[in-house]
Structure formats: structure tokens, C-alpha cells
Write a protein that binds this ligand. Structure first.
Ligand SMILES: [Zn+2]
Length: 374
């Protein structure tokens, strides 16, 4: 079995910190990966491809890539890169699987949704079923300024599977500050967009969009989404990841590319050079990393609110007993769900909560204070 399952049954995050020190991709627990011959066989069609070769495959095995957000795009990226043999994938996601995810989030199934499994955990289990020879590090956490250094430490590349600009600007600040490359990817409706950011060489996200683009406030919640738009952007991003990791620099894309799979409209804006005076990569003013004005309660999709509590470790068994008189409660090792009509509260072990059934942040805060603590 792959590594994630060794720590299965305990709470998220900290128990999954086991880092694999393999550097040549030859280690592995499954008989399939016991020898380099088996490895060569597994990746033979990719090694045959001239751009990769045996040397490139070894570089992929030694690589450490973080995927921030494991919804539709993150799922597709994780699936492609795990099959391609990226040695270590760290999958960071704050959410759990729901039935409405299954139309496009290719790593999950009906059982994951029935169990409300955290996406990072479900993704790690799914990947273990088809590639037990790589290390998967699932992190059930919301990437915020306070934990970004710990969550992205030791990574050679960061991939964007998020659904919001707040997190993307945070990744951009961190990547520019630490000279780490990252790839912006987004899909909404039938529209996909992607950009490679190599600090010191290309434009960064803030070069192109100094502020959160107002015209792009539409989300999957309001505009729907085609799974094919997701797979298009994930395919391009996964390929750029391979090029970057094997050192195929001349082939890397250097534009902001957008493509609408429904209307066939597409556009490219040059992003080969930084914009002089850019707040992030020019002036090195990392306001998102500093977390200025960051709210503790935010809207989180349609009709739900997230409470960013992180310092309130919760004993699920105890909380289950306490909430039982007030509604229906269910918990597993990773999350606790509490239904108190018309609200549904999902609690994570560190105290973070997602409250469905309201867009009123004051109401959400008061429910949390009443049932969890103030
Ligand atoms: Zn910039």
C-alpha cells in the first residue's frame, strides 16, 4: 500500500508528514516498483517520448510538487502527475467530497461523498490504488499566511488548483519571495486560463492583475463548469510541469493563455517579462503574505460561510456527545458534521468550520459560538 494509508485512521495534517527521502525513484513498497526494470516498464511509454527520456524520468522521480486545492483542476493535475511518476506530491485542500463534485472532480467517487471524506485524504487513497511507488502527502488545511511556509516548505514547484484569487495572490507572494516557480490555472463555465510564473524571469500574477480582476468574479457556483474545460487546463498545466521538472526551458509557455472550449475563442497575452513597478516582483511588497486585513470569516461558495479558526483543537468524540441533544451529529477521523435545521456545520480537528445554509457571517459566527465555543 502507498504511504498515506500507513497513517490512516489518525487525524489529518501532522500525521502525514512522512517525507520520502528517495532520490532515484527506485524505492517503493509494491512488487511492481521493486526494481528499476519494473519502473522502466511502468513509465516505458513516457521514457520513449523524446522530451522525457530515462534521464527526465529520474528527474520526475526526484521532484517534489505541491498542489494547492484538490477540486476539479487539482484532481486532474494530481491524477496526471501521479501517473507520470512525480516522486512526491503534496496535496493541500480544506474541503470534503460532496455529490455535486463528482461531475468534474475525477479522483473521487460516490463512496467518498457518502463518507464526506476530506478531498486530500480521498485523493491520496485513490492515487495509492494506481501508483503505490510515489509519496503522497495529504494536508487537510486551508492555505493561509500563517501556515503557508510550513505547507510549501521543500517543494520545487507549486500548482494552483484553487478556486479563488485570495489564495492565488498569497501563493504568488510566497513564490516570488522565495523564488519558487508556480503555475496559475483556472476553469469556470467553458473557459480555461493558465500562466507559468518563474520569479525573476517572467511576469508574475500581480504584474498582469495588480488587483483581483473584477470581471472574473463569476465562479463555478454561479456560472457552472464543464469538466472538459477543467481537463484542458489541467493537461496544459501538467505538461508545463513536466517540461519544467526535466529542464526543458525553451519549450515552456510564456503567455497568459485563455481558451473557451464552447465558443472556441482563445487569446494569449505576453507574460515573458515582469512589469516594471509590479507590487510583488518589482517592489517586493508582499501584502498578501503579511495577511493584512484578512478576515476570519469568509463566504465559501454558494450559501456557506467558513470560520478560519485554527487554534482550537477539537475532540470529536467529546463534541459529538455535546452536540447530540441539539441535532444530528456524525463524525469520522477527519471531520465532524452537525445538522441543526436549516444549518449544516462541518468541523475540522483544528477548529475550522464550514457552515452551510447561510450567507450571513454574523449568524455563522453566533452558531459557532453557541455550539463550539466563542
Ligand atoms: Zn510581478
Amino acid at each position: 500500500m502507498a504511504r498515506e494509508t500507513q497513517s490512516e485512521g489518525r487525524a489529518e495534517g501532522r500525521t502525514h508528514d512522512r517525507i520520502d527521502d528517495r532520490t532515484n525513484g527506485r524505492a517503493g513498497n509494491s512488487p511492481l516498483d521493486a526494481s528499476s526494470g519494473a519502473l522502466d516498464e511502468r513509465y516505458s511509454r513516457q521514457i520513449l517520448f523524446r522530451g522525457i527520456g530515462a534521464e527526465g524520468q529520474r528527474k520526475l522521480a526526484a521532484a517534489r510538487v505541491a498542489i494547492v486545492g484538490c477540486g476539479a483542476t487539482g484532481s486532474a493535475l494530481a491524477g496526471l502527475l501521479a501517473r507520470a511518476g512525480i516522486g512526491t506530491l503534496r496535496i493541500i485542500d480544506r474541503d470534503y467530497v460532496e455529490p455535486s463534485n463528482l461531475q468534474r472532480q475525477s479522483l473521487f467517487d460516490e463512496q467518498d461523498a457518502a463518507e464526506s471524506l476530506p478531498k486530500a485524504i480521498a485523493a491520496a487513497r485513490k492515487i495509492a490504488g494506481f501508483n503505490s511507488g510515489i509519496a503522497i502527502e495529504p494536508k487537510v488545511e486551508d492555505l493561509v499566511p500563517a501556515n503557508i511556509a510550513a505547507l510549501l516548505d521543500g517543494m520545487s514547484l507549486i500548482l494552483d488548483g484553487t478556486d479563488n484569487f485570495e489564495t492565488r495572490y498569497l501563493i504568488n507572494d510566497y513564490a516570488v519571495a522565495h523564488s519558487l516557480p508556480w503555475i496559475y490555472s483556472a476553469a469556470v463555465g467553458s473557459y480555461a486560463v493558465t500562466l507559468n510564473v518563474v520569479p525573476g524571469e517572467t511576469a508574475c500574477l500581480a504584474c498582469l492583475f495588480p488587483d483581483s480582476p473584477r470581471g472574473m468574479v463569476e465562479t463555478c457556483e454561479t456560472s457552472g463548469i464543464l469538466n472538459s474545460a477543467v481537463n484542458l487546463v489541467a493537461s496544459i498545466t501538467a505538461t508545463e510541469t513536466l517540461k519544467f521538472l526535466v529542464g526543458s526551458v525553451p519549450q515552456l509557455r510564456s503567455t497568459l493563455l485563455s481558451f473557451d472550449v464552447w465558443t472556441n475563442e482563445h487569446a494569449e497575452i505576453s507574460a515573458a517579462k515582469p512589469r516594471p513597478g509590479c507590487r510583488a516582483c518589482g517592489e517586493r511588497d508582499f501584502i498578501h503574505l503579511a495577511g493584512e486585513g484578512r478576515p476570519h470569516i469568509t463566504m465559501c461558495g454558494r450559501n456557506s460561510v467558513q470560520i478560519h479558526e485554527r487554534q482550537r483543537p477539537i475532540d470529536f468524540a467529546e463534541m459529538d456527545r455535546r452536540l447530540r441533544p441539539h441535532g444530528v451529529v456524525r463524525h469520522n477521523d477527519f471531520i465532524l458534521k452537525f445538522w441543526h435545521d436549516p444549518y449544516e456545520m462541518t468541523l475540522f480537528p483544528d477548529g475550522r468550520a464550514i457552515i452551510k445554509g447561510t450567507t450571513d457571517t454574523a449568524m455563522a459566527r453566533s452558531l459557532y459560538a453557541r455550539y463550539v465555543g466563542s
